[in-house]
Ligand binder design. Structure first.
Ligand SMILES: [Zn+2]
Length: 97
């Protein structure tokens, strides 16, 4: 018995690395809570960022030096909308000085 290997385009191979995001029916806060518990980086758009208090959960509110958070492009972990200028929040244990 053998498997037939399907040729994949580079775009299909890149999709393997895309995070699956929030499951259908899961509340946004619950999804963010999972990220907080595992201390993973959180991507939030401009609308969702004010709803999250980074200091309360040990996340770095601002980067040192440039004094701002890095921009990322993708789907927001809160509202699932695609945005080109989201902010990435990093837990303080994983942040570089
Ligand atoms: Zn959002």
């Amino acid at each position: 018995m053998f498997a037939i290997m399907k040729k994949r385009t580079p775009a299909e191979l890149a999709d393997v690395f895309v995070a699956p995001g929030r499951k259908y029916g899961q509340v946004a806060g619950s999804h963010i809570d999972n990220f907080v518990m595992t201390q993973r980086a959180i991507w939030l758009c401009g609308d969702c960022l004010p709803k999250f208090n980074p200091l309360k959960y040990g996340y770095v509110p601002k980067l040192h030096g440039k004094n701002r958070l890095p921009f990322v492009r993708g789907n927001c972990d809160g509202c699932k909308q695609h945005d080109d200028q989201m902010r990435m929040l990093v837990h303080h244990t994983q942040a570089m000085e």
